[in-house]
Design a protein around this ligand. Structure first.
Ligand code: PLP
Length: 403
């Protein structure tokens, strides 16, 4: 009270994260038909966060162990890192055998972005960072938090509601050497607008010839076209002998949000460079949080390193991917039926968890107030929040506010 030091009176209020604030409004909404398409979570067809059977079986095994809880090394669980490398780079990637990929376990994909940004900032102090326009909001926050000046490169055309590839290429070509450029290899957040493999090839040419520092953020590997297809950019950059970074996240693909499972890899020119890259990532970890948590990584590692559980997980992942694709089609068909004159084809061209319909942005409050449908300000829709029970009503609500 009044007797306190008021030392922290200088602190300004934190506006909070708009998406997380919306969760609270949704939670307190008493309407039974309420539908949450705002946050980027995968829900099953019952509207629940799934418990994957592969992960459940791994959990039973891990819980049987009576080992004490020891610190992991700064770089995390070695078996987890090795299995993650196989998934991200492909099991027989020559770069792995050549020992020129350094990989650490991180606190989710977000932790990987932070550690990678810290390492880059230390050794490229003159570099700026570029993210796509638009991008996941936390990309800017994390890169700026690491000290970078962050600008955008052209990505999405709001008139066609599609990727603006020519402007993207021109933007990348104009960047100074050693600019840090953040890419979404697949399932772009928020737009769902992805590059084709041929388009990525052109980006790779520019990255290599212009000596750009590509930083890949792969938070949805397997939610687009499949585990290998979604990692095309990773594989293409390796083939082109690029030096680059990859962040990966298991939050969505293992439905393990709270366990904070991710990784950061630095692909180097040779094993000697990779050894130093590992050391620098370890140092960045040490000075941020010392070492990563053990439990979630042991679950992921148990699944990926057991042939049977790994096969089960791949089928569960395929099921999630297929469900998202089905719901995207159902929404599209519903919209076409409600609004025969409107071209929603762009929705079908998008991939991954999100649909992006900036046209809906201005109707966000009406969707919420009149139809109990929650979307975020940008017009991003989480397609994975749709199910048999709500998809027709959502299509109706969208059509109603757009009339
Ligand atoms: N990158 C993108 C594009 C994301 O959408 C997300 C999560 O929403 C992340 C990274 C962060 O993943 P994690 O929850 O594992 O930190």
């Amino acid at each position: 009270g009044a007797k306190g030091m008021l030392l922290f009176n200088v602190l300004s209020a934190y506006a909070g994260d708009p998406i997380l604030s919306m969760q609270l409004a949704y939670r307190d909404d008493a309407r039974p038909e309420k539908t949450n398409l705002s946050i980027g979570l995968y829900y099953d067809d019952q509207g629940r966060i799934p418990r994957l059977s592969s992960v459940q079986q791994a959990r039973e095994r891990v819980l049987r162990s009576t080992d004490p809880s020891m610190y992991l090394p700064m770089s995390g669980n070695p078996a987890y890192c090795k299995a993650t490398q196989a998934l991200v780079f492909g099991a027989d990637a020559p770069a792995l055998h050549e020992g020129r990929v350094a990989t650490i376990q991180t606190v989710g994909g977000s932790g990987a972005l932070k550690v990678g940004a810290d390492v880059l900032r230390k050794f490229f102090p003159g570099a700026q960072a570029r993210i796509s326009d638009p991008s996941w909001d936390n990309h800017r926050a994390i890169l700026e938090g690491a000290g970078f000046v962050v600008e955008t490169y052209p990505y999405f055309n709001r008139d066609t509601q599609r990727l603006d590839f020519d402007r993207m290429l021109a933007g990348l070509k104009a960047l100074p050497q050693e600019t840090v450029v953040l890419f979404h290899p697949s399932c772009h957040n928020p737009t769902g607008a992805d590059l084709s493999q041929a388009q990525w090839d052109q980006v790779v040419d520019i990255v290599v010839s212009r000596r750009l520092i590509a930083f890949l953020d792969m938070a949805y590997q397997g939610f687009g076209d499949g585990l290998d297809d979604d990692a095309y950019l990773v594989r293409a950059l390796v083939c082109a002998n690029a030096s680059f970074l990859v962040a990966n996240s298991y939050s969505k693909t293992f439905s393990l949000y709270g366990e904070r499972c991710g990784s950061l890899s630095m692909v180097c020119a040779n094993a000697d460079e990779a050894g130093r890259a590992l050391g620098q990532m370890q140092q960045a970890v040490r000075r941020n949080y010392s070492s990563p948590p053990a439990f979630g990584a042991s679950l992921v590692e148990t699944v990926l390193n057991d042939a049977e559980l790994a096969a089960l997980w791949r089928s569960e992942l395929a099921e999630m991917r297929t469900r998202i694709q089905t719901m995207r089609s159902r929404l599209y068909e519903g919209l076409c039926a409600q609004q025969p004159g409107v071209d929603w084809a762009f929705l079908m061209a998008q991939k991954g968890m999100f649909g992006y319909a900036p046209v809906l942005a201005q109707h966000m409050m009406r969707l919420r107030n009149e139809h109990a449908v929650y979307i975020i300000e940008s017009g991003r829709i989480c397609v994975a929040g749709l199910n048999d029970a709500n998809v027709d009503r959502v299509a109706y609500a969208f059509a109603a506010v757009l009339k």
